[in-house]
Design a protein around this ligand. Structure first.
Ligand SMILES: *Cc1c(COP(=O)(O)O)cnc(C)c1O
Length: 373
């Protein structure tokens, strides 16, 4: 059996350091938003090449606070894509704004800047660019559009820690970056966690900091209606240990992706895009196959676990029917949902396992000739 992702292998590699870090927090008696969170914020900001970072309790909370810090509220419009995890669109709803969806670029599966430009109105307050699967969106064109129209550009970098665009790291590619430390993300907590990053601390930092802890300026002085979105000390301590290994883990993901790219190059699938100047971190290694469900079944029969990210695009989810979109509105996002299959991908996947996955895909598709893409 080859797992889709196995978090126990990573833990075994670093168990001693993690236990020491957790023990230190347990002994300290400080369990919420203390010295560990402050140190992790500093280290994470440095990692992303940002001025400041604000730790929170999930990626969803980070998105919510990013929109609030940018002053987005009811009646405003926020442009994003339907090809994402539902949290991106949910957060827009939390602040009472309307999600205006635009399709993705067919090559990169990230927001199409030309479509984003067409969707801008006087009510547009923000654009949320999702770095889907770990490949940065076309942020230069979006940043130009945003600054010309006085719009805040937000990165949903939940899948893209360590990814790069023109040598700059995700989190520092827009006005505000949002990260998730959900356990299976490239930098995963042993529980929930998230982070906002900002190139400039002045503009949004103080607001985000207040909002995550009940809108307090000083203790029990609430100047904004805020939230309990604080980060746990134990999670911050564990994430500090893991951050030291992240570059190595990202290289391991990229090495496995390169093996798969080579092995599947002449196969009847589309392999993940390689785009000049953008460093993909392969949160998932997603291929597109015409008979995706057949491929998934056949791999499953051989003991290879796979995933689908995501089977239903957000605009076709029941929960978002009120946005007023329907089938056919976003052809590339819909095609992605129908054809995409995520193969096993994590840093501890062995070379032999990776080769077996590639061999199985080639075997399965080799049995179905004549469907060239
Ligand atoms: C994981 C994820 C989120 C949400 O993060 P949580 O920590 O689970 O709240 C948001 N956007 C994208 C693209 C994600 O992959």
């Amino acid at each position: 059996m080859i797992p889709f992702v196995d978090l126990t292998r990573q833990y075994r590699d670093i168990a001693d350091d993690v236990r020491t870090a957790v023990g230190r927090v347990l002994e300290s008696g400080n369990y919420v938003q203390g010295a560990e969170v402050a140190a992790f914020e500093r280290e994470f900001a440095d990692f992303c090449g940002c001025e400041t970072a604000v730790g929170v309790n999930s990626g969803t909370s980070a998105l919510h606070l990013a929109l609030l810090a940018a002053g987005v509220g009811s009646g405003d419009e926020v442009i994003t894509v339907p090809a994402t995890f539902v949290a991106t669109v949910a957060a827009i709803g939390y602040v009472g704004a309307r999600a205006v969806l635009v399709d993705v670029d067919p090559l990169t599966h990230t927001i199409d800047p030309a479509l984003a430009a067409e969707a801008v109105t006087e009510r547009t307050k923000a654009i949320v660019a999702v770095h889907l699967y770990g490949l940065p969106a076309e942020v230069d064109a979006l940043a130009q559009l945003a600054s010309a129209r006085g719009i805040t550009l937000i990165e949903d970098a939940a899948q893209a820690v360590g990814a790069e665009f023109a040598g700059r790291r995700a989190g520092g590619l827009a006005d505000i970056g949002c990260f998730s430390f959900y356990p299976s993300k490239n930098l995963g907590a042993c529980g929930e966690g998230g982070m906002l990053t900002m190139r400039s601390a002045e503009r949004y930092g103080a607001r985000a900091r207040m909002l995550r802890d009940w809108g307090q300026e000083r203790r029990y002085e609430h100047v904004l209606p805020g939230f309990n979105y604080r980060m746990d000390e134990i999670q911050a301590a564990i994430l500090r240990v893991k951050l030291r290994h992240l570059d190595r883990w990202t290289e391991a993901r990229r090495e496995r992706a390169a093996w798969l790219d080579t092995a599947l190059a002449d196969c009847d699938v589309r392999i993940p895009p390689r785009v000049a100047g953008r460093r993909h971190v392969y949160h998932v290694y997603a291929v597109q196959a015409r008979d995706r469900d057949g491929l998934q079944r056949a791999l499953g029969n051989r003991g290879i676990k796979t995933g689908i990210h995501y089977p239903i695009p957000v605009h076709l989810q029941k929960a978002y029917a009120n946005l007023g979109y329907g089938p056919g509105d976003f052809p590339w996002s819909e095609r992605l949902s129908n054809e995409t299959l995520s193969l096993p991908m994590f840093p501890e996947l062995t070379e032999a396992e990776t080769a077996e996955v590639a061999r199985a895909v080639r075997d399965v598709l080799g049995n179905r000739p004549g469907k060239g893409r």
